[in-house]
Ligand binder design. Structure first.
Ligand SMILES: [Fe+2]
Length: 199
């Protein structure tokens, strides 16, 4: 099997390049020194991984992110996928994440939401960035924006600590790179009672 190190390094380096010229440049030293050698040591699948064929197709689309789509496509089925909400009637089958790197300061990984899924408003102590890898057509929402919005591959979507946020996918799955930092990265998430942002 092909060595994953080159693909992981391409993602890590690309992430540093994007963060460098963003308001989150303070994260660059942590990402630059991070050791991703454990990312592919324990591959596992959860129900949302059934979307992999569609994800691979979207990664091959020229509108997918030029730095991340190819290496992510090479890696998706080698990562340790986890279902975040194994008891949730919808999300147990339709949302999951895989960690590429974790420390006390940051968790870096990717998350995948199946097509046609509303991920309801939720929050956590950590600050969070989503970076869409594919052109999913998903709607994003967070409290500061007030209204749902769309993004393109490479756009950074930022969620403040404890800020309610939500996501609704189109007829395509959404694959995002995902970073948490600040307090309790990778810690507990709770659902928030908020007006339905998709109305
Ligand atoms: Fe979040």
């Amino acid at each position: 099997m092909k060595d994953a190190a080159g693909d992981l390094d391409a993602i890590r380096t690309g992430l540093c390049d994007i963060l460098k010229s963003s308001p989150f440049s303070g994260l660059v030293p942590e990402v630059a020194k991070s050791d991703w050698s454990q990312a592919t040591t324990k591959a596992s699948r959860v129900p949302v991984c059934d979307a992999f064929p569609d994800v691979l197709e979207l990664c091959a689309d020229p509108v997918a992110h030029p730095l991340f789509a190819r290496p992510m496509a090479a890696l998706v089925d080698r990562l340790g996928w986890v279902a975040d909400y194994p008891s949730h009637p919808v999300l147990k089958d339709r949302f999951g994440h895989a960690v590429l790197y974790a420390s006390d300061a940051a968790v870096i990984g990717c998350n995948l939401t199946a097509a046609g899924t509303a991920y309801p408003a939720h929050a956590h102590l950590a600050k969070e960035l989503y970076l869409p890898v594919t052109h999913s057509g998903a709607l994003f929402w967070h409290q500061r924006a007030g209204e749902a919005f769309r993004v393109l591959p490479g756009d950074l979507v930022y969620h403040e600590a404890e800020e309610a946020h939500a996501l609704r996918t189109s007829d395509r799955p959404a694959l995002n790179l995902w970073l948490q930092f600040g307090d309790a990265p990778g810690g507990a998430t709770w659902f928030v009672d908020a007006p339905d942002p998709w109305q």
